[in-house]
Structures are given as C-alpha cells and as structure tokens.
Design a protein around this ligand. Structure first.
Ligand code: SAT
Ligand code: MN
Length: 586
C-alpha cells in the first residue's frame, strides 16, 4: 500500500521479530472491516448483537485481569530519567527495548499481523499527525477504525515522509506480570504488550495523542491536552468554544454533549460537541488559541450513561458501536449496564461471561470501567466544525476534578499564569478508569498526571510560555467542581445539563459582561449571577457551593507544597510565587 521507505523498513523489522503467519494492511474499506468483524465473531472475540435493535453493534469481553489502564506498568523511556520527570515511571530505553523485544519475539506465530495506518486529526490538516499501529488483534483494528481515521488515504498523505509514530501491540497471553505500555518519545515509538484493554492498546489515544504528542507539542510550540471541546450557541446564533480538562471518568463525555435545561432550550441555546477527551491546541493566524479533536470517535464509560445523564451519547451507541465489558441481555441480545435504567435483565451474561440475574444479583453486571466505542458522527449534537482542518477558536479553558469538599463550584483565575497554577494544583478522587483503588484523592495537574510524556515541571513552563505567545488573546482560565457534597454526602449541584448555568457565567466573564468577587483563590461569582431559574436550588445552596473554607484551604496549601517539592528544580518560579501569594492571604 506504500513505498515509504521508513514505513517498509519498520514493518520488515517487526515482521522478523514477531514472526506472523500472515500480513494484512488495513485499507479502511467497509468491505475489509466487515470481513474482519465476521472473523472476529467466528473466533468468539466479538458477539454480534441484535441487528434490528442495534445495527452494526458488537460486544466484546476482555480478560478478567485486563479491564483498565495500568499506570504502574506505563513507562516513559526517554534517554534520561530527568526527562521523564518525577511523576512518570521511567525505564532506560535500551533495557526497555530488550525486554519488550524478548516478549514480542515470535508472539505472532499462528497469527495475522494487521498494519493500521491512521491519522490523528482530519486527514491532511496541518494540525494532524500520522501513526502506524501493528497489532495481532482484530478488536484493536475495529476500535481504531472507529476512534481514528484509518486506511489508504493516510499513507497517501504521508508520502515518503519519516514523520510518523511507530506503534507495536502484541497481545501475547495477557499476562499482567509481563504487561508493559512503553513510550519512546525520542524515537516516536510506542510498544504495548500483554494487554487488550482500550487505553493500553488503542495506541492513537492516550499513548500517542497525549503522551507522545505532549512531548512533540513542547518541541513544536503547541499543546496536547486531556480536554473535551464544546461549542455553546446562544439565542443570537453565535457559537463560543470551550475546552475542559477533567480526569478520566469524571464526566467529560457528559459535559461535551450536554443538553441545555428546558428554559435555555426555549430561549434558543444549543450545545455542540467537538470532542470528549483530547484536544490539540495551537496559536492560530489571528493570534487566538485554536483546537482540534484528534480523535474520530468516543471511547466512553458506559455505566451511568442514560437518557437523563447523556441522551446524545446514548443515541450514539445505538448503531455501529463496539461495547466492551457490559451486560449482554439474553432476552433480546442487546446490552445493559448499571445506571442505564431501573430494569436490569434477569436472563443475562455479566461482563465476566457468567450467567447473571440482574433482578436478584448482589454483584454488578457491567464492569465499572465498561465502555462503548462509537463513531463521532453518530452523536446527534456533533459540531459542524468537527472536520474543520483549522479547528475552533477557544474562549475559555476549564479545569475540574471530583472533590467532595474544598473547591467551589466555579472560580476564575486572575490571569493566565494564575490559571496555570490552578491547573497545577488540581486534585481528584480516583476512578475505575485506571487499575487501583477508587475514591482516593490524588494530585492530577491539568488531568494529565497519567498522560504527560515528559517532566511535568517543564510541562508547566510550556503552559507559561504558551501564555506569553498568546498575550492578551489568551483564553481565560476557570476551575469547576460539580461534585461538592452536603453533610449527608449528597451532591449539592444537580450537574449534567444544569452545568450550562455555570458555563453561561464563564462566557459572560469572558465577554466582560459581569462583575465577580475577588477572593484569595480567584474571582468567584456573586450568587445572583448564576441563573437558578427552573431549578429547585436556592441562593443558600449556592452560598454553600461557593464557600471557601479557610482551614480546608490552608490544609490544601500544605499539601500542594509537598506535591511541588517533588519537582525540585524544574518547577517554574511563577507557580511558586502564586502559591506564596495565596498562602499569605488565606
Ligand atoms: O482507557 S482510556 O485511557 O482510553 C480512557 C481514560 O481512562 O480516559
Ligand atoms: Mn480520558
């Protein structure tokens, strides 16, 4: 399919290493994909679902030991440990290659080697980057064909260029003790062995579009961020775009596709989704910050997705979708997950592949990190700018985490560098998206702790540099927290579509339309400026949501100080200054 010498050399080298029986280039055609779906069903790797109710939909179950990203087995293999920084696992590249090659050796015997040429971003856009993933898994091919743009056209655009990301995935025998997800930023290379779970094996996603791309962004003066992108259309028809960074499984997909509350819909408000997980940002010709979504689909968390929380995502999953680790309803061969509705099937198979009676079982049927992989174009509110090679101009950047206490519903940074500070002090409770304990508070600056491909201290400096580049055209930066709870542990803020009320305040601030209250941590809304019309919330609820508890913040500052200590000499002085300033006023 190509004469590109660097591509052919790489393929040849890997072929000799893994020793496949057969080689198949993925051309992106529907005929080829359909034949792969059939083969995968024949092997029992995919289950074809009810094609009348869920046309083009399939179910897959991973191995029980392979259900989420594995951060402790994810490595940045840069030349030196310092380049990986204090928040990444580092592995000497020479040793890592040796170990990985020994695991990969002959691992494709009896198997087919699939070669997937893919583009992150619209094919041919100057924002976009090309990768080639070699895999022995049809599940990976079919997911990549949803999540990225794959096929011949990608190789045509690549021509004889050497600027592309090499990816090798070997399923091996899904041995968790030999599982490694390794990134070699200096070689544009990713190697993933012994896993079949999305975030570890769809190499275009977290591995390339965040870890490798963040490293490239630093070198090339752009940014790769763990952010959704959405457009808010006001009654006059004007659309303003916002980026928002939240850790995995904190509602990015729901926010990206939100349906405005009824009063807003009546007035003519609409929300358009550009992306739900990753944004690549660059300074445009007009000096503003522009964003594209490098992906072509959604790899969303299934549990909790329902007709109230996210009707758009639900609609997106009704066709051409691959479900992973959800419940199979044997009644009509459809799918179910916790939080879909109050009617679990009794004749069903759970994510582990066992018989499951949802009406009488104590155990959950779907894995908490079960997923749907759906094409972006399935989403009823997908933005008309989704394919725009130049992306969309960004008015505001939002950071957010899952915090039961301390962080108010919303606040605004004093300026760009203060916004970088706010991003750097983000903490969130852990979720099922990564292996390990759930609900533990951890520092997750810019929601990038698992995804930054180099020293995070330098990553903060890069943010500061980008602010200088953008000058007074830089977007304003905000922080939100939808997850604050009352004394009984219940969420105070209703969330979902109602979040538009907060986004409205944010946009008004961007347009300098309203005043705000200056506090030590940033500008907070006056409660009257958050529109509560049509909700059951009162101004005193807002007082609670917007409260800054001095004692909790003092504790927070101590905690940030010890987190910052990790960075020794790479932490930018600008951030230390902001920290000192805030400590003085609290
Ligand atoms: O598993 S993924 O990394 O693809 C999704 C996530 O954790 O954000
Ligand atoms: Mn994510």
């Amino acid at each position: 399919m190509t004469n590109n010498t660097s591509v052919l050399e790489f393929i040849d080298r890997i072929k000799k290493l893994v020793n496949p029986d057969d080689i198949v280039w993925i051309d992106g055609s529907e005929t080829q994909l359909e034949s792969l779906r059939k083969q995968s069903c024949d092997k029992g790797e995919l289950i074809k679902l009810n094609q009348e109710k869920l046309p083009g939909c399939y179910l897959h179950r991973t191995k029980l030991n392979d259900v989420a990203r594995v951060e402790d087995r994810t490595f940045i293999c840069s030349e030196t440990k310092d380049e990986a920084g204090p928040t990444n696992n580092w592995w000497n590249p020479k040793e890592a290659y040796e170990k990985l090659f020994s695991i990969a050796k002959n691992s494709y015997i009896g198997k087919t080697m699939y070669i997937i040429p893919y583009s992150m971003g619209p094919i041919g856009s100057k924002f976009s980057k090309i990768g080639i993933e070699i895999t022995d898994s049809i599940y990976v091919v079919l997911n990549m064909a949803i999540m990225t743009r794959v096929g011949k056209e990608v190789l045509e655009v690549l021509g004889n260029n050497n600027d592309w990301v090499r990816g090798l995935h070997c399923s091996c025998n899904i041995n968790e003790e030999q599982r490694y997800i390794c990134h070699f930023p200096q070689d544009n290379t990713i190697i993933s062995v012994n896993s079949g779970y999305g975030g570890n094996v769809l190499l275009g996603k977290k591995c390339f579009a965040l870890r490798i791309a963040s490293y490239l962004g630093k070198k090339e003066k752009w940014m790769a961020e763990h952010m959704l992108i959405l457009g808010i259309q006001n009654p006059k028809g004007e659309i303003k775009y916002i980026c928002a960074a939240f850790p995995s499984a904190c509602g990015k997909t729901n926010l990206a596709m939100l349906i405005p509350p009824e009063e807003y819909r009546k007035k003519g408000y609409k929300v358009w989704c550009v992306g739900d997980d990753i944004a690549w940002l660059r300074k445009g010709k007009d000096g503003r910050l522009w964003a594209i979504n490098p992906e072509n689909g959604f790899f969303g968390v299934a549990p909790g997705t329902n007709s109230r929380s996210n009707p758009n995502a639900l609609a997106a999953t009704t066709h051409n979708t691959i479900f992973t680790n959800v419940v199979q309803n044997l009644d009509d061969n459809t799918v179910w997950w916790e939080g879909l509705d109050k009617n679990p099937p009794s004749d069903a198979i759970n994510w582990k592949g066992e018989k499951w009676d949802g009406k009488n079982s104590e155990e959950k049927g779907a894995h908490p990190n079960s997923r749907f992989t759906s094409p972006a174009k399935n989403c009823p509110c997908i933005s008309s700018e989704f394919e725009n090679p130049n992306g969309v101009p960004i008015s505001a950047i939002i950071f957010g985490g899952r915090r039961a206490q301390t962080t108010p519903l919303v606040y605004e940074a004093f300026d760009w560098n203060n916004g970088v500070f706010i991003g750097s002090i983000m903490s969130s409770e852990t979720t099922a998206a990564a292996a390990g304990k759930v609900g533990v508070l951890r520092h997750d600056p810019m929601a990038m702790i698992p995804f930054c491909g180099y020293d995070m201290g330098k990553y903060f400096s890069h943010w500061i540099e980008m602010g200088k580049e953008l000058g007074d055209k830089a977007p304003k930066i905000f922080n939100v927290n939808w997850f604050r709870t009352d004394e009984n542990g219940n969420f105070i803020w209703p969330g979902f579509g109602e979040n538009l009320r907060v986004l409205e305040w944010i946009l008004k601030r961007c347009e300098n339309k309203i005043e705000a209250r200056k506090t030590p941590i940033g500008y907070l809304p006056f409660p009257k400026d958050i529109n509560l019309e049509g909700t059951s919330l009162t101004l005193s609820d807002l007082d609670l949501l917007l409260e800054i508890d001095g004692d909790l913040w003092k504790k927070e500052i101590e905690d940030i100080k010890s987190f910052y200590k990790k960075f020794s000499d790479t932490l930018p002085v600008e951030l230390v200054e902001k920290l000192n300033k805030i400590s003085k006023f609290l």
